[in-house]
Write a protein that binds this ligand. Structure first.
Ligand SMILES: [Zn+2]
Length: 201
C-alpha cells in the first residue's frame, strides 16, 4: 500500500509540473495575441496584406489558446484525482500503522507483565531459599537441573509425584523411620521427597 501511495504522490507532483508548464504556454500565447491586437488597434499596420496576416495570426492564436486551456483543464482533472488517491491511501496507511502501533503497545505491555511476574517469582524464591539450609539448597538446585526443573516432589499415597513411581515397601519403612528433618529422596528419580499427612506412611 505504501508503494501505491508513493506512486500516487509521484503522479500528483508530475501533474503539478505539467500544469505549470501548460499554464505558461497559455500565458505566452495570450501575450502574443494581446501584442498583435494592440498593433491592430493602434493603426500602425496599414497594408491590407499585413492586416490580413495579423488577423489570421490573432485567429490562430485564439484557437491555440483554447487548445492549451483544454490541456490545462485535463491536467488539473488528473491532478485532482491523484490528490484524492493520495488522501485515501494516506488514510489507509495511517489506519494500518495505527493497528501496528496498537499491537506493538499491547505486546510491550505483555512483556512488562511477564517481566513483573518473573521479578515477583524471583523475589519470592529468594525469600524462601534464604530459609533453606545451604547444603539442601545446593542439592535441590542440582536435582532441579538434572530433572527438568523439578528438584523436589510430594510423596503422595506412597507415590513420588515427581516420577509417578510407587515406592517399595522397604523404602517406605525407611522414610517412616526417618526423623522429620531428615532429607529423604526418591529411590527411583532421586528427587527430594516432601512428606505430608497424605504420604501414606
Ligand atoms: Zn521419584
Amino acid at each position: 500500500m505504501r508503494d501505491l501511495l508513493v506512486a500516487a504522490q509521484t503522479e500528483e507532483s508530475d501533474c503539478s509540473r505539467e500544469q505549470t508548464k501548460a499554464e505558461q504556454d497559455v500565458d505566452q500565447v495570450r501575450q502574443r495575441a494581446a501584442r498583435d491586437q494592440k498593433r491592430l488597434d493602434t493603426g500602425a499596420v496599414t497594408s491590407p496584406k499585413d492586416l490580413e496576416n495579423l488577423q489570421r495570426e490573432i485567429t490562430s492564436l485564439a484557437k491555440r489558446q483554447g487548445d492549451l486551456e483544454d490541456v490545462v483543464l485535463e491536467v488539473m482533472e488528473r491532478r485532482e484525482s491523484a490528490q484524492e488517491r493520495v488522501a485515501e491511501l494516506t488514510e489507509r496507511v495511517g489506519a494500518v500503522q495505527g493497528k501496528i502501533d496498537d499491537a506493538t503497545a499491547r505486546r510491550e505491555a505483555a512483556f512488562e507483565g511477564i517481566d513483573g511476574d518473573v521479578a515477583t517469582a524471583t523475589k519470592e524464591r529468594e525469600v524462601v531459599s534464604a530459609t533453606v539450609p545451604a547444603d539442601l539448597l545446593k542439592l535441590y538446585d542440582k536435582l532441579r537441573g538434572q530433572q527438568g526443573g523439578i528438584g523436589a516432589a510430594k510423596l503422595h499415597q506412597r507415590t513420588c509425584q515427581g516420577c509417578r513411581q510407587e515406592l517399595a515397601i522397604t523404602d517406605i519403612n525407611e522414610i517412616r523411620a526417618a526423623a522429620p528433618d531428615t532429607v529423604v529422596r526418591c529411590e527411583n528419580c532421586g528427587r527430594i521427597l516432601v512428606r505430608t499427612s497424605e504420604s501414606g506412611l
